[in-house]
Write a protein that binds this ligand. Structure first.
Ligand code: SF4
Length: 270
């Protein structure tokens, strides 16, 4: 099986992230995926999410090999990953070293919370399983990766996605999350059968807590997804990259400077 990186390097493709980026802000998509501009700063949230995922993947991989890692081992793995990521990151959006340290401690606490409440009754089938699929009417393939696939206590196959969040998700968010739609579609394409989906969300609040949010999709959800992706691809091919100045992501946008300069040199009638 090819890794996600190998699939990405194979050639032009879309992903859940790139599609969501376009839908959220066309200009950000243009700067990131068309111009391939280097990010002006690296989001601290992205860094913590990435180290959290990497450590979870280590934990799950060891479980699949029949080994339950101790809290100390997990901490050592996490600390190594954290330091490596800090060392190769540029312009991280931490305000100062105190903020960085408290984020490090918080992320480790979130991992601990998740591991303590992990459901050892579920059977792990795979972890970090990459995919590449075609969606009807969309020219480029879609690539992605299942964090974990399990057989639950009812012997139902469930794709599990690990998430970190600053607060609890609004009620029902899991039922409209496009990532679950794409991943369930991809699973069906790969294995010719349906699965369910689950977001395992750990919150960053004062007291970390786990939200286990199961969801599923119907065939009409896949049709709608294909329709949206077709429209997005048409927009990309036509070069329609509109900034979304009221986007939720503006306050933390890694292309804010380039965005601010965009369009300001253009002469318009006054
Ligand atoms: S700052 Fe806002 S409008 Fe500008 S590129 Fe980023 S997300 Fe888009």
């Amino acid at each position: 099986m090819k890794t996600l990186l190998e699939l990405r390097n194979q050639g032009p493709h879309h992903s859940h992230s790139s599609m969501s980026c376009f839908l959220n802000c066309g200009l950000k998509y243009y700067l990131k995926y068309v111009q391939k501009l280097q990010a002006e700063m690296q989001s601290a949230n992205l860094l913590t999410g990435s180290v959290y995922h990497k450590t979870m993947d280590f934990f799950i991989g060891q479980l699949m090999d029949g080994r339950k890692v101790s809290e100390q081992e997990l901490k050592e793995y996490f600390e190594r990953e954290w330091s490596n990521n800090i060392a190769i990151s540029k312009n991280l959006s931490f305000e100062n070293e105190d903020e960085q340290n408290s984020m490090r401690e918080k992320t480790m606490e979130m991992l601990k919370t998740y591991i303590e409440q992990f459901d050892y009754g579920q059977k792990i089938i795979s972890h970090s399983e990459s995919f590449i699929v075609k969606v009807e009417g969309v020219e480029l393939p879609l690539v992605g990766e299942f964090d974990m696939v399990v057989l639950d206590k009812n012997k139902k196959t469930v794709i599990v996605d690990f998430k970190t969040a600053s607060r609890s998700w609004p009620a029902g968010k899991e039922n409209s999350e496009p990532q679950a739609t794409l991943y369930l579609y991809a699973f069906k394409q790969m294995y010719g059968r349906s699965a369910d989906f689950r977001f395992d969300v750990v919150t960053k609040g004062k007291q970390s807590k786990i939200l286990v949010l199961p969801t599923s999709r119907k065939s009409e959800d896949f049709s709608r997804m294909a329709r949206i992706y077709q429209q997005v691809e048409r927009g990309i091919q036509a070069g329609v990259f509109i900034p979304n100045d009221t986007s939720f992501f503006c306050s933390n946008c890694e292309y804010a400077k380039a965005c601010n300069e965009w369009g300001r040199c253009q002469q318009v009638a006054s």
